[in-house]
Design a protein around this ligand. Sequence first.
Ligand SMILES: Cc1cc2nc3c(=O)[nH]c(=O)nc-3n(C[C@H](O)[C@H](O)[C@H](O)COP(=O)(O)OP(=O)(O)OC[C@H]3O[C@@H](n4cnc5c(N)ncnc54)[C@H](O)[C@@H]3O)c2cc1C
Length: 434
Amino acid sequence: MIKQIMLMRRMVMTARNMKASCLFSTMKGRNESVINNSSTIKEKVDCVVIGAGVVGLAIARQLSVKNGRDVLVLEAASTFGTGTSSRNSEVVHAGIYYPTNSLKARFCVRGREMLYGYCKEHEIPYKKIGKLIVATGSSEIPKLNVLMNQGLQNGVDGLKMMESCEAKILEPELQCVKALLSSASGIVDTHSLMLSLLGEAETHGTSFSYNTIVTGGYLKENHIHLHISGTKDLENWDGRSSLHPELILIPRLVVNAAGLSAPVLAKRFSGINCRAIPGSYYARGSYFTLTNIKAPPFKRLIYPIPEDGGLGVHVTLDLNGQVKFGPDVEWIDGIDDIASFLNKFNYSVCADRANQFYSEIKKYYPDLKDGSLEPSYAGIRPKLSGPGQGSVDFVIQGEETHGTPGLVNLLGIESPGLTSSMAIAEYIAARFLK
Ligand SMILES: Cc1cc2nc3c(=O)[nH]c(=O)nc-3n(C[C@H](O)[C@H](O)[C@H](O)COP(=O)(O)OP(=O)(O)OC[C@H]3O[C@@H](n4cnc5c(N)ncnc54)[C@H](O)[C@@H]3O)c2cc1C
């Protein structure tokens, strides 16, 4: 067994030297006979991060660069950032919408500062273009006032309430009765951000193992044991035979940053207090691109008053000046655990949804031409509450909540998760590294 562990350790070291490595296939390829002839290989490691989305990457960077820890990132897909992190609005939120002192409010405000600072330092494309939240009828004005007060309480600076004529000077195409300007809001190139976080983490010794899925685990002698399988094996799994892990990792700390799959994965750790794990709900958000335009109609982000489940069909601009509208809210059913780890969610955009978009958008952009919207892409929000149940805060759980030492679950990391990512990472290190 010691020989096996030494071999595994060497492979971890090898993987560390391989860019975009696949630790699992490396281990499997070299160790076939060991795996077949004896019980599953076990390997002790320092920190494991499950999921290489923007949150997992920020955590890996924090733990390795800032805290000098030995980190292994396990990612089911063949590369980083293919989940929700590449299917969002790429907006750096100011921190207006969330209840005072909630994790969303705190992380969004702190994360925004950290993100802008990081982007500046690392030359990641971003623009603080500002945003207008608009009331399109007088009945919405009280809601705008509530948002302004909430933002001020959350410590958001650069907020200004505007009359319709002032807003129209900034954005001539805009129709509204009042608007709340947030000059701290902006946009960021998420892919460049993730690439930079990954590069820094890797330079500081973090290993990345793609095509590698954590299917569950158990607690033994007060240490969490993770079941690891190759993505290919799960793709070929018949769904009836029992799933044998091909490797067991025993980390000191494991952060479950599996995004949409995080709650279902948490429930697969045997011995965990399942009642502490909230139920999962999923809300797809579709985007439509504005076509046949000479120039973007807006220079800033334009948001309506938030709706149940989302922030409303808004105008987002990317750094190339392309205009998108979305995301709407469409509650969808969950899928089974393994399909979820394989990211088999339905991301298709139904062209018919455009009908609803036109009426929503024309409330604040009356000149929108019929036939100008084309289906673009969709993202799915990892929700912890269902339709009509109101918004729920991010959930970050350690042993005191779920009873499993060494395990941290990040649940319901929906918007503003991108903006908050670096603040979440900072918090994880401060709270869970001993
Ligand atoms: C439509 C939409 C718009 C949004 N707009 C914004 C915005 O403008 N601004 C903002 O701040 N936030 C926004 N968000 C939120 C933001 O995108 C997310 O909070 C953030 O991307 C979450 O990152 P993550 O790393 O937690 O999850 P993900 O990016 O989903 O990463 C999780 C990773 O875990 C992997 N994984 C899953 N299961 C396993 C397993 N068992 N083993 C190994 N790996 C596994 C997945 O393959 C995936 O790569 C938006 C979200 C949506 C859906």
